[in-house]
Design a binder for this molecule. Structure first.
Ligand code: GLC
Ligand code: CA
Length: 540
C-alpha cells in the first residue's frame, strides 16, 4: 500500500471561518474552492475539512443531523463534489471529519429513538433508568454537568459525553456500526482520501462502569471498521485520541493491526493546566516538561510500528504564538521558531488555518461575545459555583476555543477579505497588519517559513525516515535534537523563550538549512541564542 501520508503535510480548514463566498458572514465550500490555489502554493498535500454536514450548529457542526447531506450554509453536495475534484487537480487530497461518537439530537435516528422504548432505533443510543429520580451514575459531560439527560417522553436518561444536543451512539449495537460503515463508504466512493476521527477513543465506552476512553471493545471496533471501509485502499485515517500514550498509540497505528494510520494526541497540549484540573485552571508552561513530552513521543513510539501527528494548533486550542510564544514584539520569530521545531520532527505535521501567518488569540470583554458552547457552559457552571466573572473571562481568553475560530485574515480590507458582510464571529482587529497578502509580500514572514519547511519535508527523506536523537546537554529553555539518515546528520536548535540563552555544543556544521534570524552563530561552543532563535544545520 502507498502510505503517502507519511511525508504529507495536512492543512486543517474550519469551514465557518475560512472564506465566505456570498456575503452572509459564514465561510462556505465555494469559498474554500476559491482558495485552493493559495493552498497549492503553500505546498500542502491534504486538507482536513472540519464538518460541513447538515447540522443545527450547536457545536459548530460537531453535532451532525445528516451524515450524507451538506449543510445549506456551507453549500450543496454539488459544491462538495467540485471541491474534491478541484483539490485533486492540484494534487490535494480531502480528509473528512468523521464524528461518530455521537450525533445531533436532530438526527433522524435520535428523533426515532426517543419516541418510545420499543422504537427500532431505541438501541442506537444509550438509554438507562434513573436511580431514585437522579441520573444513573455520576458520569460528567466534557461540556460541563452530568452526562445524562432525562427525556420526559419515555422517562429514561440518555448519555451525552458532550452537550445534551449530542447524544452518544451505542457502538455495542451492530446495527449502528453497520449504518456508520455504509455512510463511510458513501464518502470514500465519492473520492475523499480518508477520515479524521473525532474523539474516537470514546467509542468503546462502558457507561455502566463509567469507562469513557479506551473501553474494552475500542480496538475491536476499529479493526472491524477498517475491514468494512477504508482498509481496501490507500486511505489516511487519523484518530483524535486525547488519552493516548505511546503504547496505546501503537495499538491504534501499528500497520500490522489494521486500525488507523496515525494518532492525534494531546499530551504536550495539556502541560499548562494544573494537575488533575481542567484546562481553564492554568499554570505556566515549564519548557523542560514540553521538551520531555515531545522527546518521549519521538523516541518511544516505534515508527515502524506506529505513527504520530505533529501539531501546535487546531480548532479547539488557543493560538500557539499567544499561548507559548509572544504575540507582540516577537510574534514573527516565535511563530517561526515553533514551525522549525515541529516540522523537522518525525510524524505528519498539521497546520491549522491562520497558523501559517502567525494569527493570534483575540480577547473578549464579556460572555456575550463568546460563541463556543464549551466556554459558555463552563462560565455558567463556575459562575453558579461562585467564581468571579472577570476570572472566568480571563480563563476563556487564555484557553477558549473561539481564539482559533475567528475568521481567516486574508487582506487588510474590511472583513479581512474573509467576508463582504457581517462575520459570524468577530474578526481580530490586528488583521490590518496580520494577513495573507502582507505575509506573502514579505520575504521572511511566517508564511514563507512554512512554505520552505513543507518543501524541505518533501525533498529530504531524513525528515520522514531519519532517526531522532534528543540532546540533553542544553539549558531547559532550549530544545535541540539530531536527525540522521544514511550518512547525513542534522542538528535542530530552538530557544523556547524570549530571553537569550547560551548553548555549548562541540559540533561543527557545514551548511545552514533553515533559520529564523539572518545569522546563525559561527560556532556552537558557548554560543548565544537570541530570543526564540531557531535553526537547523547539517553537521559533520
Ligand atoms: C472533538 C472536536 C471538538 C468537538 C468535540 C465533540 O474534540 O474536535 O471540536 O466539540 O470533539 O464532537
Ligand atoms: Ca457564506
Amino acid at each position: 500500500m502507498d502510505e503517502w501520508w507519511r511525508n504529507a503535510v495536512v492543512y486543517q480548514i474550519y469551514p465557518r471561518s475560512f472564506q465566505d463566498s456570498n456575503g452572509d458572514g459564514i465561510g462556505d465550500i465555494p469559498g474554500i474552492i476559491s482558495q485552493l490555489d493559495y493552498l497549492a502554493e503553500l505546498g500542502i498535500d491534504a486538507i482536513w475539512l472540519s464538518p460541513v454536514y447538515k447540522s443545527p450548529g450547536l457545536d459548530n457542526g460537531y453535532d451532525i443531523a445528516d451524515y450524507q447531506a451538506i449543510d445549506p450554509q456551507f453549500g450543496t453536495m454539488a459544491d462538495m463534489d467540485e471541491l474534491i475534484a478541484e483539490a485533486h487537480r492540484r494534487n490535494i487530497r480531502i480528509i473528512m471529519d468523521l464524528v461518530v461518537n455521537h450525533t445531533s439530537d436532530q438526527h433522524e435516528w435520535f428523533k426515532q429513538s426517543r419516541r418510545s422504548r420499543n422504537n427500532p432505533y431505541r438501541d442506537f443510543y444509550i438509554w438507562r433508568d434513573g436511580k431514585n429520580g437522579v441520573a444513573p451514575n455520576s458520569m460528567q459531560s466534557g461540556f460541563s454537568g452530568s452526562a445524562w439527560q432525562e427525556d420526559s417522553r419515555t422517562g429514561q436518561y440518555y448519555l451525552h459525553l458532550f452537550s445534551a444536543g449530542q447524544p452518544d451512539l451505542n457502538w455495542a449495537n451492530p446495527a449502528v456500526r453497520r449504518a456508520i460503515y455504509r455512510m463511510m463508504n458513501f464518502w470514500l466512493d465519492k473520492g475523499i482520501s480518508g477520515f479524521r476521527m473525532d474523539v474516537i477513543d470514546l467509542i468503546g465506552k462502558d457507561p455502566d462502569h463509567e469507562i469513557r476512553e479506551n473501553g474494552p471493545h475500542l480496538h475491536e471496533y476499529l479493526q472491524e471498521m477498517n475491514t468494512a471501509t477504508f482498509g481496501r485502499g490507500d486511505f489516511m485515517t487519523v484518530g483524535e485520541t486525547w488519552s493516548a500514550t505511546p503504547s496505546l498509540a501503537q495499538k491504534y497505528s501499528d500497520p500490522r493491526r489494521n486500525e488507523l494510520s496515525m494518532v492525534f494526541q494531546f499530551e504536550a497540549m495539556q502541560l499548562d493546566k494544573q494537575a488533575g484540573k481542567e484546562k481553564w485552571d492554568w499554570r505556566p508552561l515549564q519548557t523542560a516538561e514540553l521538551k520531555a513530552v515531545l522527546n518521549k513521543w519521538q523516541t518511544q513510539l516505534d515508527y515502524h510500528a506506529g505513527w504520530n501527528s505533529l501539531f501546535w494548533n487546531n480548532h479547539d486550542l488557543p493560538r500557539i504564538v499567544s499561548r507559548w510564544g509572544d504575540d507582540d514584539k516577537c510574534r514573527v520569530t516565535s511563530a517561526q521558531m515553533f514551525a522549525i521545531l515541529l516540522h523537522l520532527m518525525r510524524g505528519t505535521p498539521y497546520i491549522y488555518q491562520g497558523e501559517e501567518i502567525g494569527m493570534t488569540n483575540y480577547p473578549v470583554e464579556s460572555i456575550a461575545e463568546v460563541d463556543d458552547i464549551e466556554s459558555i457552559n463552563m462560565y455558567n457552571e463556575r459562575l453558579a459555583a461562585g467564581a468571579k466573572p472577570a476570572d472566568l473571562i480571563a480563563a476563556i481568553n487564555r484557553m477558549g476555543r473561539d481564539n482559533a475560530r475567528t475568521p481567516m485574515q486574508w487582506t487588510n480590507a474590511s472583513g479581512a477579505g474573509f467576508t463582504s458582510g457581517r462575520p459570524w464571529l468577530h474578526v481580530n482587529p490586528n488583521y490590518r497588519e496580520i494577513n495573507v497578502a502582507a505575509a506573502k509580500a514579505t520575504p521572511h514572514s511566517v508564511y514563507t517559513m512554512y512554505q520552505r519547511l513543507i518543501k524541505l519535508r518533501h525533498s529530504e527523506p531524513i525528515i520522514t525516515d531519519g532517526e531522532y536523537e534528543p540532546i540533553t546537554s542544553v539549558p531547559d529553555a532550549v530544545m535541540a535534537y539530531y536527525r540522521s539518515y544514511e550518512d547525513t546528520r542534522w542538528l535542530v536548535v530552538a530557544n523556547l523563550t524570549n530571553k537569550e540563552q547560551i548553548i555549548n555544543l562541540p559540533v561543527k556544521f557545514k551548511q545552514v538549512l533553515i533559520t529564523n534570524y539572518s545569522r546563525v552563530p559561527k560556532t556552537l561552543v558557548n554560543a548565544i541564542l537570541a530570543p526564540y532563535q531557531a535553526f537547523a544545520v547539517v553537521v559533520n
